[in-house]
Design a protein around this ligand. Structure first.
Ligand code: BJ8
Length: 427
């Protein structure tokens, strides 16, 4: 990687904290990713992106800002990136997948809070993340209580626009959400100084739909046995989808899919045929949280789909492109986003139905429910998931964990036992 020290300093990063992070990331990626056998050549681009995670992309964002462009960060797949793109801005999904700046975060947050929330506060207060320091503002949401209240505190350090996300899907909830999407569009226009028109919004919707279609294509290829790509490689691509340049990312995913199609034709896979197939569901796995996928895929199973926000929930549906006016397109956007099966909804039947459908489509032998510690929506909803899967005789393993490695051994023992059990059933 080139020398980006000057750029990082100019962003006001705490160089000591930042160095600590950069010392951990490359060796972790090497051990978790680069040591995998049978990787497609098309992963080279995504390896490069991770290698340059705080370098080239940040440089691109800085160039954009030099010409007056704005960068808007978010933490949830409910925030419609199409609106930011339509107004000429860049939308960045901020990651929060690593335990860092904990001491700083615990000055303003309780100790027992979801690690994702603690991580984003730690990133900001510890001044470790160049993406955060590049953002002109952050968009928060009222999905879960922890995030909702944490955004009030975060607003002391960076401007936060809050979107009220409904928890039900009745007509009045749809109206509320449409109002929020319209307010967001107004706020983005004010921030960027650019008007959102039917033309630029239609173009942005098409562009992001293109990204989602490429990811759907990748997902579909994983239905084959043997799966042509590992779950870990697929996950890192889904994580990069949140912050990379949309057109370039889409082209690279499509190139990779061309290669994977050939592998499928040739019967080649990342793992042997008949390897137990697992679906992972639960809380998002923000970069660089690869802990559980790594444990699963080094315990004799392959992950064939992620029912996660860093996974199918992000790309499985598209925004309708048929609106003629800005208002019509905003309605299409609101409708698509309200369909995301987040556990903050009650009831959340769509997630249960989706899991059953995925198990069948991806010929999965079991489901691993993985929730971040102290996440009430997902840890509580795991009961509904368990009940549904049990009714259909689908094996399930429930895990709850944070970002630290302390429980890695214990998790591995449990995952190995689960994989052994589903392998027996497969024989
Ligand atoms: S749409 S899953 S990205 S809210 S893990 S912070 S829920 S306590 S992240 Fe999420 Fe949007 Fe829903 Fe998806 Fe709270 Fe749970 Fe922490 Fe969470």
């Amino acid at each position: 990687m080139s020398d980006y020290n000057e750029m990082w300093r100019s962003l006001g990063l705490n160089m000591k904290n930042h160095d600590q992070l950069m010392q951990v990331l490359p060796p972790t990626y090497h051990d978790v990713y680069l040591m995998q056998p049978n990787r497609p050549e098309g992963m080279e681009y995504f390896d490069f992106v991770v290698n340059e995670i705080h370098g080239l992309r940040i440089q691109e964002l800085q160039e954009h800002k030099k010409t007056g462009g704005k960068v808007i960060g978010s933490f949830c797949v409910f925030v419609p990136e199409e609106i930011v793109i339509a107004a000429g801005g860049i939308s960045i999904g901020l990651c929060s997948g690593v335990e860092i700046g904990t001491a700083e975060a615990e000055k303003v947050l309780p100790r027992n809070i979801c690690p994702l929330i603690k991580s984003f506060m730690g990133f900001k207060l510890g001044k470790v993340c160049p993406y955060f320091e590049t953002c002109d503002m952050v968009v928060g949401e009222t999905t879960c209580d922890g995030k909702k209240k944490a955004f009030e505190i975060l607003n002391d350090y960076i401007p936060v626009h809050l979107m009220e996300t409904p928890q039900m899907r009745r007509n009045r909830d749809r109206e509320l959400w449409l109002g929020e999407v319209k307010d967001f569009a107004n706020m983005v226009e004010e921030t960027t100084g650019n008007t959102i028109t039917a033309d630029n919004l239609a173009k942005a919707i098409k562009e992001v739909n293109g990204k989602r279609q490429a990811l759907q294509r990748l997902a579909k290829l994983r239905k084959h046995d043997p799966a042509p790509i590992s779950g870990k490689d697929s996950l890192v691509i889904e994580q990069i989808a949140m912050y990379d340049n949309v057109a370039r990312f889409t082209a690279k995913v499509n190139d990779l899919c061309d290669e994977l199609e050939e592998k499928v034709q040739a019967g080649e896979g990342a793992f042997n045929r008949k390897t137990p197939r697992v679906i992972v569901t639960g809380t998002p796995m923000a970069i660089p949280n690869w802990k559980v996928p790594h444990i699963i895929e080094t315990s004799g199973a392959v992950i064939v789909a992620e029912e996660l926000c860093t996974g199918l929930r992000y790309f499985e549906t598209e925004v309708a492109e048929d609106g003629q006016t800005t208002d019509g397109l905003l309605i299409n956007l609101a409708e698509r986003y309200l369909g995301i099966n987040c556990a903050v909804f009650t009831p959340n039947i769509g997630r249960m139905d989706k899991l059953l459908q995925l198990v069948e489509e991806y010929k999965a032998d079991g489901v691993i429910h993985c929730a971040l510690s102290f996440c009430d929506p997902y840890t509580v909803e795991s009961n509904r998931v368990e009940k549904t899967l049990k009714e259909h005789n689908i094996p399930m393993l429930k895990l709850e964990t944070g970002y630290d490695q302390e429980d890695a051994g214990q998790l591995k023992t449990r995952v190995e036992a689960f994989v052994e059990m589903i392998s027996e059933a497969k024989r």
